[in-house]
Design a protein around this ligand. Structure first.
Ligand code: SF4
Ligand code: FE2
Length: 670
């Protein structure tokens, strides 16, 4: 089937402008068969119960099934069969002359848009969603840094060395200015790159991007004005009757990929590191077996660290530990869901990683959580029903993410009360202790699995470990390391939960490929021992020789915006090889991507010259032209392309093949 999906034999170079509908007709029959077959490959809840690699997941899905409590796996099954127009990307509801769908009988929408344009426009909007998601979160953290720098909130600036390094990168006057002044100026630069209206240099891009990439982007006229502008322009171009050229729409798509990495991700990452300090290496137990029954249990879920950091600090204070003991608990324990859990873990330690977003309902169904702190992004509305079943108090903290039935203890939309964070945090911890008292009768079901995981890898901690990354570069050159992947992205109900991630990594490690990971895909790695010495069992001999006795084979960089940190490491390694990143055996692998930020992440890496590899198809089957452009055509423009196969083993083979080819192109032994 994949062969057919990827084949060129149906591609057309016909000019559609003269209304030869029979050409569209051919496209139509192609995609219909392809997406129907693709749909057949989708996993079911039964598959998850039987084949999910994490035994705790299998146990919880079965348990919820017995208890009759619904989760995302049930809802996905109920959506079957999935809409073929949506899967192929040929459904358009941009205006109310539609909604339009491309079929044999109707090869154009009411406005005259054909499949190529509709598919391209939908992709542009998805990428814009990704830029906006990471960008909105970046904005809040940059504003928090600015307020801390200007003394409007009582938060210490912990990443003092980071402030100096970034200030130096931006050519600020580090000799005479205080850390606070510099942090304020950094915040202003990042905000400017986020929201520039008057065209001017994109300052972060100028400072961060390597010259080879800048040249490529400039030649293609892809340099973004700023994140806001490119999202604005994306919505503009894709509105009815505006951009009529699918290929030009793809230029906007690529521009969004650069805005995504150079501002939404890097900007957010810089601000977090300046404010809270660079992530530290730390070891923690992971998975559901860690859930205690005698502590006040608080889950941290989402993507914004501001409230989570305060709540954890409060929960670890004498005052609240005493209060918890008075309520009959032995203490207060924090658990991490998704990215806020990870970012607080590597900064404060001891926040136990339990699950990514898709598994959040499974965690709630253990009945072990007293309070669930939900900030922004990947907080599925579906968690409320499960939380109600087990009397878990859900507290939302951000106006962008309210959930009916949840309690809201958050800061204002205009951030004018950010200085009240400590008081708000106190209220949340108090509520958790109260909830503990009220929930003694709730039934617990805690699978026994737990394991050790190490997190907090980044340029700084790796330099601390190796002295210089030339050590890694040498191992890459002499073949002890065949190549390095960045494993990230979400999980997706189309695939047996976390199975594609694990299957691909098993094959790659055996073939001496080193793995960096962050975000949702990093959870199965942490939960199944890949981020500890135990993971060495999976490695090929050469990779083992490089790792030595102490290093895990999968290096956990943290949350999803820590892509910024992994790119910094890739860049540093490339520097020591004397080669461009695009020519090296490097890849972005997001096997189970599902959301708009996932579109953005893979796209951003492709813009940096890394090919991307997936087990989930983008909605492109409706347009042979857009599909060919993404799967092949971008290679000569930006040095990378998108590779998809629903079979994880085949994806692993593609990566190995491409790494071998990259190595032989630069005369390195395989
Ligand atoms: Fe239909 Fe065109 Fe409106 Fe889309 S923009 S809904 S294709 S008329
Ligand atoms: Fe994330």
């Amino acid at each position: 089937m994949e062969k057919e999906l990827n084949s060129h034999e149906h591609s057309h170079d016909h000019d559609h402008s003269h209304g030869h509908h029979h050409h569209d007709h051919n496209d139509f029959t192609d995609y219909k068969t392809a997406v129907k077959e693709y749909r057949e490959s989708f996993a079911s809840k039964k598959d998850v119960m039987e084949q999910a690699p994490d035994p705790a997941v299998r146990e919880m899905v079965k348990y919820m099934d017995e208890q009759g409590v619904e989760n995302c796996f049930d809802r996905f099954d109920k959506q079957k069969p999935h809409c073929t127009f949506g899967l192929a990307g040929v459904c358009c509801s941009i205006c109310s002359l539609g909604p339009c769908k491309i079929t044999e009988r109707s090869p154009r929408g009411t406005c005259g848009a054909n499949a190529d344009l509709i598919v391209a426009r939908n992709l542009v909007r998805a990428a814009a969603g990704g830029v906006a998601a990471h960008g909105a979160r970046a904005r809040e953290i940059i504003l928090t840094l600015k307020k801390a720098a200007e003394g409007d909130v009582d938060l210490p600036i912990i990443g003092r060395n980071k402030v100096k390094a970034v200030a130096d990168m931006f050519n600020l006057d580090i000799k005479t200015k205080s850390i606070e002044e510099l942090a304020g100026e950094i915040a202003d630069i990042l905000l400017e790159d986020l929201s520039r209206t008057v065209p001017g240099p994109h300052k972060t891009l100028e400072a961060v991007a390597i010259p080879e990439r800048k040249r490529v982007w400039e030649e293609l006229d892809l340099i973004p004005v700023g994140s806001y502008h490119e999202v604005f322009e994306a919505l503009h171009q894709t509105t009815v009757g505006t951009q009529g050229d699918w290929r030009k729409a793809m230029d906007q798509f690529m521009r969004l990929g650069i805005a995504f990495s150079m501002n939404s991700v890097v900007g957010g990452s810089i601000a977090s590191d300046c404010l809270y300090g660079v992530p530290q290496r730390t070891t923690v137990k992971a998975n559901l077996g860690t859930l205690k029954t005698d502590t006040v249990n608080i889950a941290i879920h989402g993507h914004a660290p501001q409230m989570a950091m305060e709540v954890i600090k409060a929960g670890r204070s004498e005052k609240f530990i005493e209060m918890a003991k008075e309520a009959g608990a032995t203490g207060i324990q924090f658990y991490g869901i998704c990215c806020s859990g990870l970012s607080t873990l590597y900064r404060l330690g001891g926040v136990i990683p339990l699950s990514n977003a898709n598994g959040s309902e499974l965690v709630l169904a253990t009945g072990a959580l007293d309070l669930w702190l939900a900030d922004i992004q990947e907080v599925f509305p579906g968690i409320m029903e499960v939380a109600n079943c087990y009397k878990t108090v859900v507290v939302t903290t951000n106006e962008s993410n309210r959930l009916p039935g949840a309690e809201h203890i958050g800061y204002k939309r205009d951030l004018s009360d950010l200085d009240k964070l400590p008081q708000l945090a106190d209220r949340i911890v108090t509520r958790a202790i109260e909830s503990f008292k009220n929930r003694r009768d709730v039934k617990r079901h805690i699978p026994e699995h737990e394991i050790e995981a190490e997190v907090g890898f980044n340029l700084e901690t790796l330099i601390h470990r190796y002295g210089s990354l030339s050590t890694i570069a040498s191992a890459l050159i002499d073949g002890r390391i065949k190549g390095i992947i960045n494993l990230a992205g979400c999980t997706n109900t189309r695939i047996v939960f976390e199975k594609a991630i694990v299957d691909i990594v098993d094959i790659l490690l055996k073939n001496n490929i080193l793995v960096f990971t962050n975000g949702c895909a990093s959870f199965p790695m942490a939960k199944l021992g890949y981020c500890s010495i135990k993971g060495q069992e999976k490695c090929g001999e050469k990779l083992l020789k490089f790792l030595g006795p102490k290093m895990p084979p999968v290096w956990h960089f943290g949350e999803c915006i820590d892509n910024a940190h992994s790119v910094a490491v890739f860049r540093e390694i490339a520097k020591y090889t004397g080669r461009h990143m695009k020519d090296l055996p490097f890849a972005e692998v997001t096997p189970e991507w599902s959301n708009e930020k996932g579109v953005g992440a893979a796209l951003a890496f492709r813009m940096l010259g890394f090919s991307s590899y997936h087990c989930v198809h983008a909605p492109v089957h409706g347009s042979q032209k857009v599909k060919d452009f993404l799967y092949h055509g971008t290679k000569e423009l930006i040095g990378s392309c998108m590779n998809v196969d629903t079979d994880p083993a085949k994806v692993a083979e593609m990566i190995i093949r491409d790494f071998d080819e990259a190595r032989s192109n630069i005369c390195w032994r395989s």
